[in-house]
Design a protein. Sequence first.
Length: 407
Amino acid sequence: MGAQSSSLALPISSPLNSAENVASSKAPTAFPTPLSDLYLACKENRVEDVERRLQTATLEDINRIEPLESTALHAASFYGHEKIVKLLLDRGALRTIQNKHNLTPFQEAKTLEIRKLFERTPHSERFGSLSTAVEWNIIDPTAAKSVSEYKETRKNWFDDVCANDDVLYLQEIKQYTHKRFADVKNIDQVYHLIDEAIKHKDLRLAVKIYTLQTGFYTALNMALASNNSVQFTENNAESQDEYFSYWHGPGGYAALIAHHSIFKEYSFIGIVYRGMILLGTDISEYNVGSLLVNKAFLSTSTDRTIAKNFTKSSARINGDCKTVGIYPTVCTYRIQNPGTAFDISNLSEYPHEKEVLIMPRTAFRVVSIKEKRSFNAPLKIQIELHECALEKFVDIYETINPEDPYS
């Protein structure tokens, strides 16, 4: 099994173990640096003042570590100021900064209502898809070979471009996002984390970028899916342009995660889940024995409930499944090759989602399709897919690919 996810503790913080120790009988500590006005406004529940300050505050201001070694979000969460917590989260406050007691704002939350604010927006398509077009190509029995060739190209690209200078490639990611994703929702949060990654030379923040509730991950996956030329073709200018566009952009981002040694400890082998909403025309494409390759990243979870919740909560299927031929589907993926998927739960802004990120261009075989029918309810489908054994691929992972009894 790959890196293990540690689940967040949920007990309500007491003043005795919190950075906000209001019960202490000691005299107030004199801090050499004063608390920020934004922090004090959040602590004291001055909603209008917070709204005004957030109009001009930078993300550095919002996520500032105060002399108390906590953030404005810690204070608002601990004191139970629900509206201010929502204002801060909507403005891009980071959920996973720890205070001096190693507690996140989520763990400091005074009420259940505040904890719910830290969950991802309802109806998010992160752990499910309303269309298979972006995710899959239906391909022939050479799937394992083509994926092996892709991974070899990806590794060569990483060795040539990324391996020798982490900061240089982070700057390239920043340049790409500024050029291609400038109009993406909440892209300033992405810019901020890239700057933090460059400043602290911390590549793990490059993964956190993907977990933010912004439009970045959707735009990135669309870019991955729309470019089919990932191999260099001599004497073909068009394919060469696509090749460099892919690898200097979304493909290079995937290469960084897949091949940098810092992410080796997060490599995952095991069972994960993802939801889908299939149309009637999609179902015919899923036959036992079919070989499929995902063109984009796939966000999955080790918690099956996360995938099921997507199929339940999608507003676009409520009450319409039987009339328009839409089918809630849960896919089960068996990951067996090192470096194919990464347990990023401890790097995520939403660690409770237990996210495992499957790399683009992974070959799967459909091994079973089950239909579940119940009275006065839509047909539900369960699809099980096993990763194909790769023909040849040498990477930073010393483990030899295990045999696949299903390939």
